[in-house]
Design a binder for this molecule. Structure first.
Ligand SMILES: [Zn+2]
Length: 165
């Protein structure tokens, strides 16, 4: 697994002077470091993490998004396994997002463990776009704070707002 911090920092509790300087300069965040170390630990149980590179983390309400790229595309059940394992260690809900995955896969990863049943794009007269998502039954209604952050992120990742039906 590749991370925004070096191998030494992944394996130890302290930071090397180079990564400390990057933290001081806000090139990396404390959350990046925490999630890097947690994913590295999870890699012992979840071997698919070997092909993963973590770029950065984002907070989405109570959830932490780990923005990654994988040398080979991850299956959704592999992503769920990584999420479960890392969330348990982090004591927070963590979701892996594959930066270069197709849009429908990113949408699915954003709403896990809910399942996307269908999605469609809606074009507005001004040329902007909404993505309408239908999620599987019995998932409950996502919290407004989750939806507003989901929208911020989908704008950043997919250049589009998301509406959940
Ligand atoms: Zn380091």
């Amino acid at each position: 697994m590749k991370a925004p911090i070096c191998q030494f920092c992944l394996e130890s509790e302290i930071l090397c002077s180079k990564d400390q300087a990057r933290l001081d300069a806000s090139q990396i965040t404390k959350l990046d470091i925490e999630v890097s170390r947690q994913l590295y630990k999870s890699g012992r149980a979840v071997h698919t993490l070997e092909s993963v590179e973590l770029f950065r983390t984002e907070e989405l309400g109570d959830t932490v998004l780990a923005i990654v790229e994988s040398q080979r595309p991850l299956a959704i059940d592999e992503v769920e396994k990584i999420n479960r394992n890392a969330s348990a260690g982090l004591h927070r809900d963590l979701k892996l997002i594959e930066l270069k995955a197709p849009q429908n896969k990113i949408l699915q990863e954003l709403v896990l463990p809910k399942r996307v049943v269908s999605h469609s794009s809606l074009w507005l007269p001004d040329g902007s776009r909404y993505i309408r998502l239908r999620l599987s039954e019995g998932d409950g209604t996502p919290k407004p704070s989750f939806l507003s952050k989901l929208n911020q992120l989908s704008k950043g990742l997919l250049d589009s707002e998301v509406v959940i039906e």
